[in-house]
Structure formats: structure tokens, C-alpha cells
Design a protein around this ligand. Structure first.
Ligand code: ZN
Length: 356
């Protein structure tokens, strides 16, 4: 695009180690009026796919066909992205990260012994909305982005990455009525609804945005500490489809595959033997009652040790990441998810609930 059409809003931040760096938001105004969409990625430093998607979107979007305004922050947490680490622990000894990179498959492990889900240090940017400057530079950034990107927007999409084999969406329970009908247009197979029981989790961007009259959902691409290039393509497709649903781009939105909204009923299926796992169903794929999901094979003899079948008709909500089954540990789980890609989705039964 014509780069003269991009206005860059930026602010310098200085962290506890004395480094000064900018956080930048691109403002692109379309030739026609329409809503304002805020897009943000890179809150968590090991989640890079969305950064590429948003950087490329800024390059590619044509203001001549855009109705409305885009506010795009591709790298909300630059210092954490440079570390390839979830948070930027600005007051800690960063040399400890060498230890972390030997153990980074342990997602909940923290070399600073801060825990992950209940830390009082509040380094985690996506626990500091709508802005908590008293907690350090991450909280100062959220305060600025809230004023610069969220407050002018009607809709905000927050791009993250998790470790699942396929990408999914997160919609906070609070505000799901207004968000799910829009989020499904992103076209990912799975919409998960998270509760926010603690003050810590209420600091998430989608929770705070949905407390206002705005709408926000979270995209979770499928790889941390790396880039999934298929996800970049899917991310572009999803963003443009949501923009069509909002009337920001010409054409009708379309949903290319079934989209399932995770229900409250899940059954975990555990391994009874040790051996190689062979899955026959992928993440977020529907299964019939009794359908074979996986088998476990004895490593030395290749003999079959266990068959695992779906206990009811539902959707596979997750599979074990590991190649070797351990007795007693969960192999996969089946969930009573609801299709929401169809028009006017209705719950499949009276007791269906997405509240977990
Ligand atoms: Zn994240």
C-alpha cells in the first residue's frame, strides 16, 4: 500500500533495566466511513505468528476499499518478544532464561519461581488491562494501548499463540452473547469460553473490553517459540472475513468449515498402557459415539494394547502432545460442543452450556 496512508502512533517506554523502546500503533483510515477495529498482537513474547500477520496486514490493506479505521499494534510487548519469553521480567536476572530455554516445554515452569496463574508480580501483560502502571512497564504499555487502540475501537481482536496443534479462539464468558456471533467468522474450528474467577484473570484484554460496549475475542495460533506459516494464511483469511462481517471490506463473509463452541461437558480418556499413541482423529474434529479415536501399541512387540473410543457423540477437544502414552494420564477428551457456523445456532440440548 501507499505507506503515506499509514499514521504511526508511538510512545517510548523505559523499563527497570534502563532500556528505552517504542510501542507503535498503525492508524489506517479507509476512504469510506465504517467502524474502528483495533488489532493487537505480541502481548506474550513467545507468540510470534500474530506479529507477522499484523505487520503484513499493515503492508497489504488498501485504504481505497477499507470502510472505517484500523488501529494495529503488531508488537505490544517488544522486550518480551525479543526474549522469546511470555513476559518481560524487567526486575529479574535475565541470565536465568538460559535455564528456561532448556526446559521450555514445561509451560507452567518459571525460572524466577513466580508461578504462572497467580503471580503477584504482575509482569504478565495480559493480566494488566485496562492499565496498571504501578506494576511496571507492561502495565504502562497496557494503559497507553487502552487509550490509543481500545477506546477508539468498537471491536478489538487480540492475537496470541498457544501450543495446541490447531489454532482456536477464546471468548470470555462475560459478553459471549455479543462476541460469539462475530468471532465465528474468524473461521477457526474451536471457540473456547474461559471463566474469569480471579482478579488476576480479570486483567485479560478480552475480559476488560467486553465489560464496555465494545466486543473483543482472542485468537490463539498454534505454535509458541516459533512461527506456524499455515496459521499466517489462516490469520489473514480470518481477519479479512471478520472485517467483511463488520462491513469494513467488500463482499459477504463466509465460514469455510464447521466452527464448534466448547460446551461444559467433557470426558477425559486415559491411557491404560505404556506405548506409542496413534491418533485417528485430529484436534477439534467431530466424533460419533463409539468411534475409534486412538490406539496404543507396545513399543518392543508392536502389539495393540488399547483402543480408545468416543463415549458419546461430540468433538475432540484436545489430544496428548506426547508420542508415548503413560498409564493413568489423559490421552484426549471429548466435549459436547455446539456448531456455531450455521445461522442462528441453537443449543443441541436443553442442558447444553458453555460455562466451565
Ligand atoms: Zn498469550
Amino acid at each position: 500500500m501507499n505507506t503515506e496512508r499509514i499514521e504511526w502512533l508511538s510512545k517510548d517506554f523505559t523499563d527497570a533495566k534502563g532500556s528505552t523502546f517504542p510501542v507503535c500503533v498503525a492508524r489506517i483510515v479507509g476512504d469510506s466511513p465504517g467502524p474502528t477495529l483495533g488489532l493487537i498482537s505480541g502481548q506474550h513474547g513467545m507468540e510470534h505468528t500474530g506479529v507477522h500477520v499484523l505487520r503484513e496486514l499493515i503492508e497489504q490493506i488498501d485504504p481505497a476499499v477499507l470502510c472505517g479505521t484500523l488501529l494495529v499494534c503488531p508488537a505490544a510487548n517488544p522486550q518480551a518478544l525479543l526474549l522469546d519469553y511470555e513476559i518481560y521480567p524487567e526486575r529479574e536476572d535475565l541470565s536465568k532464561l538460559d535455564e528456561y530455554f532448556y526446559s521450555r516445554q514445561r509451560h507452567a515452569y518459571c525460572v524466577f519461581a513466580l508461578g504462572r496463574s497467580d503471580t503477584k508480580t504482575m509482569y504478565n501483560m495480559n493480566r494488566l488491562w485496562p492499565g496498571k502502571p504501578e506494576h511496571g512497564v507492561a502495565g504502562q504499555i497496557t494503559e497507553w494501548i487502552w487509550a490509543t487502540l481500545v477506546e477508539p475501537a468498537e471491536v478489538v481482536i487480540d492475537l496470541h499463540c498457544c501450543g495446541n496443534d490447531r489454532p482456536h479462539l477464546l471468548v470470555s464468558w462475560e459478553g459471549h452473547q455479543k462476541v460469539v456471533p462475530l468471532a465465528r467468522y474468524f473461521g477457526f474450528r474451536w471457540i473456547k469460553t474461559a471463566d474469569h474467577p480471579s482478579e488476576y484473570h480479570k486483567g485479560k484484554l478480552h475480559y476488560q473490553v467486553n465489560q464496555t460496549d465494545r466486543r473483543c475475542f482472542t485468537v490463539e495460533f498454534s505454535r509458541q517459540h516459533g512461527v506456524n506459516y499455515d496459521d499466517i494464511v489462516e490469520g489473514h483469511r480470518g481477519l479479512r472475513n471478520v472485517m467483511r462481517a463488520l462491513g469494513m471490506l467488500p463482499g459477504d463473509p463466509s465460514i469455510l468449515r464447521p466452527v464448534w463452541w466448547q460446551g461444559a461437558k467433557s470426558t477425559q480418556l486415559a491411557a491404560e498402557a505404556q506405548g506409542h499413541i496413534r491418533f485417528y482423529v485430529g484436534w477439534y474434529e467431530p466424533v460419533a459415539a463409539g468411534q475409534l479415536i486412538c490406539e496404543i501399541f507396545d513399543v518392543p512387540t508392536s502389539g495393540k494394547l488399547q483402543e480408545v473410543r468416543a463415549p458419546f457423540a461430540g468433538v475432540v477437544g484436545g489430544l496428548d502432545f506426547r508420542p508415548i502414552a503413560c498409564p493413568g494420564e489423559t490421552l484426549c477428551w471429548v466435549n459436547d460442543a455446539m456448531r456455531v457456523d450455521v445461522q442462528n445456532p441453537t443449543p443441541p440440548s436443553d442442558d447444553w452450556s458453555a460455562k466451565h
